[in-house]
Ligand binder design. Structure first.
Ligand SMILES: [Zn+2]
Length: 545
């Protein structure tokens, strides 16, 4: 039979083409964060996954005509960052209709953002700054005055919110909401007055008061929510984030997830989201969870969007409550026991180590009925966790989702906890040493900025936005460990550490090329890092213009 040499080539070339990487990054400093923390020169991606990583010599033979090759010019590449606790879905809904003050350094700069928004918004549209700032970040070390807001806002009603304890409106804002006296801002609003007794525009209050006030502002339309969500996820990509674990939040009900679901259905997500259900109706939390999860088994979804259990508010009676009533504790136990029986993951927001024993007692009791060891239950916040608490967490397999709350609130924590305690708030290295699963994050955006680089800097130098630090070097992680917390550490909370969080063959190609070398720059420059390119599932989702 006559040989047909060309046939061999057709098969070999076709299969080489099918095997060829779509994207290859060369000439970089690629921090793989594999077990040895190896640094590679080149990385190849086919489809959604990494197919090679190592020296240029190793990757070069894979490059075909169809491969896009990007020269990194020595830039640093890291696995995509994952925030283990960000109220991203909520923040995203209003991202296209709110003004944010994140990163502003003076009142003038903050007011300029209001002025810019006033120019492009329709007359009478609200200008809303819904948290994510503190007077400490301004050179003036104060909040703006009502006169300043009124001037910057022009004809628009203006609302600004500081954490969950204070808000300020311009006169037009007061008029539109019909607020004239304290009783117009239930349940605990106090209209502030100056020395002469004139209303100053500020409203003090607790969390229900401020969230209640916020709820009276007009909601974005569905199209605005979709646009806001896309824009917010891109904004996170700009900072090198490729995933979040989302705990819902105040006011987050099923309709508030529809914009995100629409984008997911359209295949347009640029960031991976694992979400949990926040307690809905007070007193009927368990009934709600049962109803909402009947057709939503734990882990349902795909690598882009996944259902991840319940929390951060598991039950209203123990939410932000150091001393819940006996019936509230029983109800909390019943919910936890049910969640364990359903193999659901659960995360709970808790502030103080002094009272966390009641949560751990409950978890230990539940664990005797149904093992929770593999369910990846999580304590969120708990900045002052003690060694004893960490040991109990380790024994139960409970993770710790830790945020940089101290960056904004360090001065406040100092007043509450004292200088001695601040030396070990939080015990990052102790937790790592004990083997507690640790994820990093921000708790953005009502309270904190979503910028992961600000959080990483804070993990490394402990400095508040005002520039003060108390934490001792013994509890300061290495740069590699801090980054591990923000990548594979956080991935663990979404049951995804085998899929992402490091740059290894077979893993999803989620990575960020950085503007500066995180490993080499002085620590004070880490907060200014951003991505020059971000890749999720092998696709470039952000490129710096
Ligand atoms: Zn939170």
């Amino acid at each position: 039979m006559k040989r047909m040499p060309w046939l061999g080539c057709v098969f070999a070339c076709a299969s080489a083409l099918a095997q060829a990487p779509d994207l290859v990054l060369v000439n970089g400093r690629i921090a793989t964060l594999d077990a040895k923390a190896s640094v590679a020169e080149a990385l190849a991606i086919r489809g959604e996954r990494i197919v090679a990583v190592g020296s240029f010599a190793k990757v070069k033979p894979l490059i075909a005509k169809s491969t896009r090759v990007i020269d990194l010019h020595g830039r640093t590449v890291i696995p995509g960052l994952i925030d283990s606790h960000m109220h991203a879905i909520r923040a995203a809904l209003s991202f296209s209709t709110e003004v944010n003050w994140i990163g502003t350094r003076s009142i003038a700069e903050a007011l300029a953002r209001l002025r810019d928004a006033a120019k492009v918004r329709k007359p009478n549209d609200w200008l809303i700054v819904a948290g994510g700032w503190t007077p400490e970040q301004f050179a003036e070390k104060r909040a703006p005055t009502q006169a300043e807001l009124a001037e910057a806002g022009g004809d628009h009603p203006v609302y600004i919110q500081l954490f969950y304890r204070w808000a300020m409106l311009n006169p037009k804002g007061f008029e539109q909401l019909g607020v004239k006296e304290d009783k117009d801002v239930p349940p605990a609003g106090k209209l502030e007055r100056d020395a002469s007794g004139t209303l100053s525009g500020g409203i003090g209050g607790n969390t229900p008061t401020i969230t209640g006030l916020f709820a009276r502002l007009p909601k974005p339309t569905f199209d605005e929510q979709v646009a806001g969500t896309k824009a917010f996820l891109k904004e996170l990509n700009r900072l090198g984030l490729t995933g979040v674990i989302d705990p819902g939040g105040f006011g987050m009900a099923p309709p508030d997830y529809q914009a995100l679901f629409r984008i997911w259905k359209d295949g347009d997500l640029s960031l991976r989201v694992a979400y949990t259900i926040f307690a809905q109706g007070r007193g009927k939390e368990l009934e709600d969870y049962k109803n909402l999860t009947q057709l939503l088994p734990m882990g349902f979804g795909d690598e882009w969007l996944r259902f991840n259990g319940i929390g951060e508010n598991v039950a209203w009676g123990v939410y932000n409550n150091d001393n819940p009533s006996e019936p509230a504790r029983q109800q909390f136990y019943d919910i936890c026991k049910w969640a364990a029986s359903q193999r659901l993951s659960l995360n709970i927001h808790w502030h103080n180590d002094s009272s966390v024993g009641l949560v751990l007692d409950t978890f230990e009791r539940v664990n005797q009925a149904h093992s929770i060891k593999d369910l990846r239950w999580t304590l969120v916040h708990l900045e002052d966790a003690s060694e004893a608490t960490l040991k109990r967490m380790k024994a139960l397999g409970i993770g710790w989702a830790l945020q940089d709350a101290g960056y904004f609130e360090g001065e406040q924590q100092l007043k509450e906890k004292g200088a001695e305690a601040m030396k070990r708030i939080p015990r990052i290295n102790s937790a790592l040493y004990l083997g507690v699963h640790l994820g990093a994050g921000t708790d953005a955006h009502r309270v904190m900025t979503y910028n992961p680089w600000v959080a990483l800097r804070w993990m490394l130098d402990g400095k508040t936005v005002g520039g003060t630090a108390w934490r001792v070097p013994e509890e300061t992680p290495t740069r590699v460990n801090a980054l591990r917390m923000y990548t594979q550490g956080s991935a663990w909370f979404a049951f995804a550490e085998k899929e992402r969080g490091s740059l290894e063959v077979g893993k999803l190609a989620d990575l960020a090329v950085l503007s500066k070398d995180y490993f080499e720059v002085p620590v004070e420059e880490i907060g200014e890092i951003e991505a020059v390119m971000t890749v999720v599932a092998g696709k470039i989702v952000y490129e710096k213009p």
